[in-house]
Design a protein. Structure first.
Length: 188
């Protein structure tokens, strides 16, 4: 396990910027920023007495929720390009767990977006309660998920899929799925 975490530290430095794992990790960096913003917004709303006096915060919440939902192509590239390759070489447990977490995250992220879109019409207490629940669920699950992928799954993939032709195929399959609006394009 420690060997994989050490390998994870070197991934970005050793691989090309367009390598599927480097792109996925760069997207993770963006997602972590969204989580920080979500945490801050939740804290702000929890301290506030009335959500109606904070239209700019509601707008920011909508933006964060939309950014999180727009990360779907990230998960789909993993599910359609990377995970099947891992499963073919006998690594099936981690992809199965990651898919289950993706499903849970999809549901919560969509609920967060719906909540943000309904914020002005909801009573403050109900809004704050649901926001707090969804924020904590998304932040804790997605942070742990990213840590497992960056520090365990991706290094294991790199170690067990040594052939560049396989990575080229994973990239082509990922290209078919597409990228996130926040995928860095000019290096990171």
């Amino acid at each position: 396990m420690n060997q994989l975490r050490e390998l994870a530290k070197d991934l970005k430095a050793e691989l090309s910027l367009d390598h599927p794992l480097v792109v996925l990790m760069a997207e993770h960096d963006q997602m972590l920023r969204f989580l920080e913003k979500l945490e801050q917004l939740n804290e702000d709303f929890q301290r506030s007495d009335d959500t109606s006096v904070h239209p700019e915060k509601i707008s920011a919440l909508r933006e964060v929720a939309q950014n999180l939902v727009s990360g779907e192509n990230h998960h789909k590239r993993e599910e359609d390009a990377l995970f099947p390759r891992l499963e073919r070489i006998g690594i099936s447990g981690p992809p199965m767990v990651m898919r289950m977490e993706h499903d849970e995250l999809r549901k919560h992220k969509q609920e967060l977006l719906e909540l943000a879109n309904q914020a002005e019409t909801m009573d403050t207490a109900g809004f704050k309660e649901k926001l707090d629940y969804l924020s904590q669920a998304i932040v804790s699950t997605l942070r742990a998920h990213i840590d497992k992928e960056n520090n365990i799954l991706y290094p294991a993939a790199l170690k067990n899929i040594p052939d560049a032709a396989d990575w080229d195929e994973i990239k082509r399959e990922g290209d078919k799925v597409g990228y996130c609006p926040f995928t860095p394009r000019d290096g990171w």
